[in-house]
Design a protein. Structure first.
Length: 143
């Protein structure tokens, strides 16, 4: 049997998510993730920054060649590329996403993420109740 306290890489979520206000430096968190002494799984490391109700935000640090295999989520998914470049296959289409780009997917859209170079992304998932999730207008580069 393992001791959860000694196996844990970071503070428990109850401590990380306590309090009404949270401030993060993506750059500092990425540096911490990339400096961890354990091997990356699937060529990436990740840290959940926010988990409140149905909303979760996770920061990913990818090594060159890192990948998240095809999966889907029962909610709206947003991938924001913070640095590097990601290749995302979503809904049968390939998307080349350099830093500064985002991809938004409806619930249950199968997608996989590949990092051809060292990269970082912020993943936001907004889980939906059954019957929820109408489509809204998406900005297409203009306000």
């Amino acid at each position: 049997m393992t001791d959860e306290a000694t196996d844990r890489l970071r503070k428990p979520p109850a401590e990380r998510f306590a309090g009404p206000v949270h401030r993060f430096s993506f750059q500092e968190v990425l540096e911490e993730l990339r400096a961890e002494d354990h091997p990356a799984r699937g060529g990436h490391r990740q840290m959940t920054l926010l988990q409140r109700g149905r909303v979760t935000q996770v920061l990913f640090a990818f090594e060159a060649g890192g990948r998240l295999k095809k999966h889907s989520a029962p909610g709206l998914v947003t991938i924001q590329v913070l640095d590097g470049r990601l290749e995302v296959e979503a809904g049968g289409q390939d998307h080349d996403l350099p830093a500064g780009y985002a991809l938004v997917m409806d619930r249950d859209v199968p997608h996989d993420v590949r990092a051809p170079e060292r990269s970082a992304m912020l993943l936001t998932v907004h889980l939906e109740k059954d019957g929820e999730g109408g489509r809204g207008e998406a900005a297409n580069g203009s306000a």
